[in-house]
Design a protein around this ligand. Sequence first.
Ligand code: ATP
Length: 305
Amino acid sequence: MLAIETTSLTKRYREVVAVDELCLQAAPGDIYALVGLNGAGKTTLIRMLLGLITPTTGTARVLGAEVSAGDRAAWARTGYLIDTPAAYPELTVRENLHLVARLRRLPQPAARVDDVIDRLALTPYAERRARTLSMGNAQRLALAKALIHGPDLLILDEPINGLDPAGVVEIRTLLSELARENGTTVLLSSHLLAEVARLATRIAIIHQGRLLHEIDPRRLGGQVRRRLVVATRNDTRAAHALAGHGLTPEPGADAGLVLTDERALEHPEEIATALVEAGCPPTRLLVEEEDLEDFFLRLVGQADA
Ligand SMILES: Nc1ncnc2c1ncn2[C@@H]1O[C@H](COP(=O)(O)OP(=O)(O)OP(=O)(O)O)[C@@H](O)[C@H]1O
């Protein structure tokens, strides 16, 4: 059974198509990341998955059941964080969490609250009023509320916004553990692409409401562009020598030469040897790889062209 499955899911607001015939699938234990420019449709998708808005056409299934507003069974197994972290400002962190535990009618609420405070490193702030929390700790409290009932599915809109670098690492570790050890499925949206590349098991690039590309980050290496950057003291001579070996050097943006020939990328040492033999040894030789950000911008740019 899939944790999330959408079939031609579409949401229109008058002339705006916020989500357009979207077909996505996330398996249990996936950390599925949605990335896209502002207005790409990520939040609209998340709201449909949570039953907060109804699709114009198409369907969404979550944990095996079609999403419908007010479905308590699905709500009991799902945790979510959307919009700005909302907590009762005058209540303490612990009181806020007790309230959620009571609303969800959890057995042994005090133990659950202690456990989630500990998991999210909120112990030093447990007796602080929510309004006095820093943005990062407010975000931790919001995550604690999403996690308190041990959900099978976590839906998180921008969960690492506002966290400091240490906080980002903590949340990454926590989400990875939940997915790996408990089989929790995590669907998240984020603009922090470097972080997404580390955390996610699948990445969906959403553009103008459509699924532009789906990536397995472990195989990103097979999909991104690579190039060999060579610097020498005499680029004209070096270019001539490399062309003599059947290669196609291009001038680099600043200086030096750029090669994209497969042979050059696989065997940069042959390039070094050829340049030494031609009397212009490399002062720099580096295989550069597009990162997720470059890859994302290139795909989005191509889609708009
Ligand atoms: N209630 C609404 N009424 C009209 N248009 C809307 C509504 N909600 C969203 N939209 C439009 O739908 C499109 C998708 O918006 P959405 O908020 O889902 O994007 P997003 O990918 O979450 O963006 P961001 O990264 O900025 O949060 C945008 O063009 C937005 O203006």
